[in-house]
Design a protein around this ligand. Structure first.
Ligand code: PDD
Length: 287
């Protein structure tokens, strides 16, 4: 079956979808995106993703090409057309395609933004074997720009970080700035010390994960202690547990950091419990 994607108002077979070579997303990474997970054919935390999208757009003075209601309808139509049960929907908005390459932003009245959505089907997404073994991470310096709270499509350094991890025989990288962990290449980072879950406080240095918000809410509801503060790689290596969260991995245990096993070197009880709660609760409220 050929995948159907969405481009600027049209649902098209993926090999017929086109974006201009002058698109500022292509030339300048001038765009933002969202990834919403799909479980049982329904969208997880859709409203949270739309709130963050609106904020990313506003921070970059980028006009929204559609309302959240219209975007919901497009998400659902793509799921239907592509028969997706488990997986994700990717959405990207760029500052459109002006007549020429120019550093100055184009007039939005003349150059409308580009809206692209597509699905990725991942049957059995919630039963990832990696969640049973946990992942290994390395630490790398965080040399990204200073507005990581905006979900832009500038993903070169995170991609390089993934490649550094792969080369080291690991799964992902945690980025470190001024001696403290910011986040993973495409996820938020956590450690567990005793009964306390520690994750970096929000700010310009990290993305405010939608999964992070839900997981911290569920943790507090389950009477777990949560501390939102920066932590070092040494503190992480000495922690009882570590894990990451994102829309594509949910809650994923981390069992090794820079070659040092975390805790027993196997997924810990807090991460496993939070994954269970997250999946259970998210399925209930998915739309
Ligand atoms: N990435 N931090 C970064 C740098 C991310 O790229 C992501 C998500 C997160 C977690 O955010 P959320 O819980 O809202 O998914 C944190 C997505 C999944 C991606 O780029 O594919």
């Amino acid at each position: 079956m050929t995948r159907t994607v969405y481009v600027n108002g049209d649902y098209l077979p993926e090999d017929q979808a086109r974006v201009s070579v002058f698109d500022r997303g292509f030339l300048m990474a001038d765009g933002v995106y969202e990834v919403t997970s799909v479980l049982g054919g329904k969208l997880v935390d859709f409203d949270g993703h739309m709130v963050r999208l609106a904020r990313s757009l506003a921070e970059l003075d980028l006009a929204a090409p559609a309302t959240p209601e219209e975007l919901l309808a497009i998400h659902r139509e793509l799921l239907r057309l592509n028969d997706v049960t488990d997986g994700m929907v990717y959405l990207q908005i760029t500052r459109g395609a002006p007549a020429d390459r120019d550093f100055a932003f184009p007039d939005p009245a003349v150059t409308p933004s580009t809206l692209v959505l597509f699905t990725q089907s991942k049957p059995g997404l919630a039963d990832s074997p990696l969640a049973r073994t946990g992942i290994k991470v390395i630490s790398i310096e965080d040399i990204r720009w200073g507005r990581r709270d905006i979900k832009t499509v500038q993903l070169l350094y995170p991609s390089m970080g993934k490649m550094m991890a792969k080369k080291a025989g690991c799964d992902d990288a945690w980025m470190v700035e001024d001696g403290h962990v910011t986040e993973g290449t495409s996820n938020n980072a956590y450690i567990v010390r005793g009964k306390t879950i520690v994750t970096r406080h929000l700010g310009n240095e990290i993305l405010a994960g939608i999964t992070r918000a839900a997981v911290l809410r569920f943790a507090r509801e389950a009477q777990m202690q949560v501390e939102e503060r920066a932590f070092t790689i040494d503190e992480a290596r000495a922690a009882d547990e570590a894990f990451v969260t994102s829309a594509t991995t949910f809650v994923m245990p981390v069992v090794e950091i820079d070659g040092t096993p975390v805790g027993a070197g196997t997924p810990g009880p807090v991460a496993r419990r939070l994954r269970e709660i997250y999946l259970e609760e998210s399925r209930k409220v998915a739309i």
